[in-house]
Design a protein around this ligand. Structure first.
Ligand SMILES: [Zn+2]
Length: 445
């Protein structure tokens, strides 16, 4: 608690009295406030917290300095936005000196090579850090960062470590300028840097690191939401040669998964179930899952609503895409480029063959409807609906169907022979519906 909005019968003279009163009344008041008569003492107190802030059980980025007298506060008044009697003091970020041990490069989902610095571990803003992204080649050149350099590091917003700069005069002459490797560190293909771009890319579509990142994205919670298909399992599937694109996931057999380490028969069965369930995901999820550059969840939803099917989206010329509100030229060019690629078209064809839903089943998640905002999980066999039909019925009413049970699940629809999702739902105390109750909810409109 920081203040009183309205009161009667009491007349505290200052902010300190207000806080004391609130404390006596049993409200939670931060005990670290002080009242100062001299500016020097105030500055001294700020210095104390600058060093001591990381010992607090919560994160702070500064202090607020207020005029104590309520009478003076009232006379000072407020501007359009802020009171004139209070000001925020922000701490400068804590910095430390360390030495760059190595600069390494990783390949992301879109093939972009990102350099990062590995430095001697230092304590910074309450944690030990030893890595910072260097973003791109230009930034490294601008700051002239070299392996072996002594550098100043800080945490931006006390969260993300960054290299502020190199300490001059600390080199012994062995440090050479750093350059981007000419070949992809994952697949060895030559890398390219497009005119006007800072990013250097590996253009090999079959690049293992790109595939790995792409599959992680495809299976992620906001994309196809395939529970149990995390980075480690995907890495094993790639290493075993079982998948080389997202569509291969739908061709996996139980015998394939048994060969994988650390994946018991039960988990293998659950994983295959989750993969199969993802076939009935909404079109918007599928579009987002494809990992087209610049197409996030929001753009994917707009495209699904507009085109209603993947086939229509694929056939759309770039100008038509640009005519859609909120789809700018950059997104349009990226989508057109993606669908023009022969390899991408081949993978999409495989996804269709595998039975992955490519049609918009009606109102997208989050749209208005009687089931708007409700999350359903369907388990077991329903008498009057296929899994796909039940999903469509829920989505048509604005609800969402997820393939995995969590605390965010509102309803679990249990048909004949429900699986482990049913047990999990019971354990979590979720609302479980039989088919009759499910129909009743659908009928409420
Ligand atoms: Zn590569």
């Amino acid at each position: 608690m920081y203040g009183i909005g309205y009161s009667s019968g009491i007349s505290p003279a200052g902010h300190r009295e207000v806080l004391e009163l609130l404390g006596e009344l049993g409200f939670k008041v931060n005990p670290d406030y002080r009242v100062f008569g001299e500016m020097d003492k105030l500055i001294e107190y700020i210095g104390l917290w600058q060093a001591g802030r990381f010992d607090l059980p919560y994160a702070v980025d500064g202090l607020v300095i207020k005029v104590n007298s309520l009478d003076q506060q009232e006379r000072l008044g407020t501007t359009a936005k802020n009171p004139r009697w209070a000001v925020a003091y922000k701490f400068p970020p804590e910095q430390a000196v360390t030495r760059i041990r190595n600069i390494f490069v990783r390949v992301g989902r879109t093939g972009v090579l990102t350099p990062s610095a590995d430095f001697e571990p230092v304590r910074l803003a309450g944690t030990t850090v030893s890595r910072a992204t260097l973003h791109n080649e230009d930034m490294i050149r601008e700051k002239d960062i070299r392996i072996g350099d002594k550098v100043l590091v800080q945490k931006a917003g006390d969260v993300i470590p960054e290299i502020v700069g190199v300490l001059d005069g600390e080199r012994d002459g062995r440090e050479g300028p750093w350059t981007m490797p000419p070949k992809c560190p994952s697949c060895g293909s030559p890398v390219v840097r497009a005119a006007g771009e800072v990013a250097v890319r590996c253009t090999n579509l079959a690049c293992p690191d790109q595939l790995w990142e792409g599959l992680i994205h495809f299976a992620s919670r906001n994309a196809m939401d395939i529970a149990g298909l995390g980075p480690a399992v995907i890495g094993q599937l790639l290493a075993a040669g079982l998948v080389s694109d997202p569509a291969d996931l739908y061709a996996l057999h139980p015998e394939d998964l048994i060969k994988l380490e650390r994946l018991g028969p039960k988990s293998a069965q659950n994983l295959l179930g989750a993969i199969a369930n993802s076939k009935s995901n909404s079109l918007a999820r599928l579009i987002f899952a494809l990992g087209i550059r610049h197409v996030g969840e929001r753009a994917a939803r707009i495209l699904a609503n507009h085109y209603k099917s993947l086939e229509a989206l694929m056939a759309s010329p770039e100008e038509a895409l640009m005519a859609i509100p909120e789809i700018g030229p950059k997104i349009a060019a990226s989508i057109a480029g993606f669908f023009a690629g022969a390899e991408n078209r081949r993978v999409l064809e495989k996804l269709v063959q595998a039975g992955v839903n490519t049609r918009d089943a009606g109102a997208a998640t989050g749209d208005a409807g009687p089931l708007s905002g409700k999350v359903f999980v369907i388990t077991g066999t329903l008498e009057d609906f296929s899994r796909q039909e039940a999903t469509e019925q829920v989505e048509k009413r604005g609800g969402k169907v997820s393939s995995s049970v969590s605390r965010n699940t509102d309803f679990v629809v249990a048909g004949e022979k429900p699986g482990s999702k049913y047990e999990k739902a019971v354990a979590l105390g979720l609302k479980i519906l039989n088919e009759r109750e499910f129909k009743e909810i659908l009928a409420r409109e």
